[in-house]
Design a protein around this ligand. Structure first.
Ligand code: ADP
Ligand code: VHF
Length: 379
């Protein structure tokens, strides 16, 4: 729709180090004919190739309901929530098996993660999901994420793994979100109903005109383009670019990450780092204060380091793990804000102590740092 700013277009994709790939139901099930194993094998091969190049990939895969419907012999997607949940439970097994087998060909492990939107808006669960996902990614295991359909109602009705993909991109501060679907990209009208529809090559994720052309959903997945445009806007808040592209294009994932112009690119308004930090800063209310020594202030300001307990001289407030706290220097001047890994009682016990003592002091280790640098904004 309009020209992109420097550094946020296709070249951002070729520099991407962490990517969330979301695969929609329509694609995965070959328009309702059962899991398309050959296509899944192809996407897995591309993800394995990216891994070889050092790009971390997290997969968000839909298709549980659609695959379950086929296994159960149902012709039409049910509207009753309990039937959708039952179909998802049956289908999820097939999905995981299929991914696992294909990744095994490349000697790669997968991990099944079922999440709800609520999990990611609750701060404690958000941090738990973050630690687990980060650990998996660091071990070079590919997380395969889907909605936990058994315990949700709205999401299963509206089929909204696009939003889940964006939330995961926010969570992991991914550089890019690739939404693979059954169309070449976002068109200026639904191409299924309008043969003259034109594809939009590029736009700003927050352009209000995009929502107007996105229309409503397809038959199998249901989210349609409107949830994809919304997801792009959400992903942009932490600086990720989003591409909506056809999963049927040969080599689509690797081609996109090499910077090739496929699909619709929706980019953030701000440079990625600024967007991430602004998003974090705007997140939550401050629940407590950590008083830092001069050494800690210096490494936070000058090196962007994580905050270790050893640099903390005092603790105030009533915060829990996952709450936002403010860090102040010895004069009480705010230095940084961030999401704390320990509640106030634990933080008091840990203040001034080296990280290798955490286990001896608490009996467990939640994290070596009091605030991880990814969750910290210097102010
Ligand atoms: N402006 C548009 N451009 C492209 N596709 C559109 C548009 N508006 C509606 N659609 C529909 O959205 C469908 C994709 O959404 P959906 O079926 O939810 O896919 P997925 O399962 O990949 O999430 C397309 O098949 C298309 O019919
Ligand atoms: N959790 C559901 C997700 C449905 C969904 O979001 O579908 P889609 O719009 O195709 O991505 C499933 O696996 O069927």
């Amino acid at each position: 729709m309009e020209s992109h700013e420097q550094g946020m277009g296709r070249e951002a994709l070729s520099r991407a180090r962490r990517v969330v790939v979301k695969i929609g139901s329509a694609l995965l099930t070959n328009d309702g004919r059962g899991l398309d194993e050959a296509a899944i094998g192809g996407w897995v091969d591309q993800i394995a190739e990216l891994h070889q190049q050092g790009v971390e990939v997290v997969l968000v895969s839909s298709g549980a309901v659609a695959a379950g419907m086929v296994r159960l012999g149902w012709q039409a997607r049910p509207s009753a929530v309990h039937e959708l949940q039952a179909a998802a439970a049956v289908g999820q097994n097939g999905l995981t098996q299929c991914y696992e087998q294909h990744f095994a060909r490349h000697d790669m492990l997968t991990a099944q993660i079922l999440l709800t939107h609520d999990d990611l808006s609750n701060r404690k669960r958000y941090l738990n999901a973050l630690s687990a996902l980060r650990t998996l990614v660091e071990m070079r295991v590919v997380p395969v994420i889907n909605e936990n359909d058994t315990v949700v109602t709205d999401e299963i009705r509206f089929g909204d793994n696009d939003t889940l993909g964006a939330l995961v991109a926010n969570l992991l501060e991914a550089d890019a979100l690739l939404l693979l679907t059954d169309q070449e990209g976002l068109f200026d009208a639904d191409p299924r109903h309008n043969p003259n529809a034109q594809m939009i090559a590029e736009g700003r994720a927050d352009d209000p005109r995009l929502a107007a052309v996105a229309g409503s959903g397809g038959a199998l997945g249901r989210g349609g383009m409107s949830t994809k445009v919304r997801a792009a806007k959400l992903a942009a808040r932490s600086g990720a670019v989003t591409v909506i592209a056809s999963g049927r294009q040969p080599g689509v994932i690797t081609r996109l990450i090499s910077g090739e112009a496929l699909g619709t690119l929706l980019h953030p308004e701000q440079a990625p780092m600024a967007a991430r930090k602004r998003w974090l800063a705007g997140q939550l209310q401050v629940r407590g204060t950590l008083m830092l020594d001069a050494g800690a202030v210096k490494v936070l300001r000058e090196k962007g380091s994580s905050l270790l307990p050893v640099g903390v001289r005092g603790v105030k407030g009533t915060f829990k793990r996952g709450d936002m706290v403010v860090c102040v220097d010895e004069q009480g001047t705010p230095v940084a804000k961030g999401l704390v890994n320990y509640g106030v009682d634990e933080a008091r016990l840990l203040a001034g102590q080296p990280s290798h003592q955490i286990e001896a002091i608490l009996g467990y280790v939640e994290a070596h740092e009091l605030i991880h640098r990814d969750n910290l904004v210097v102010i």
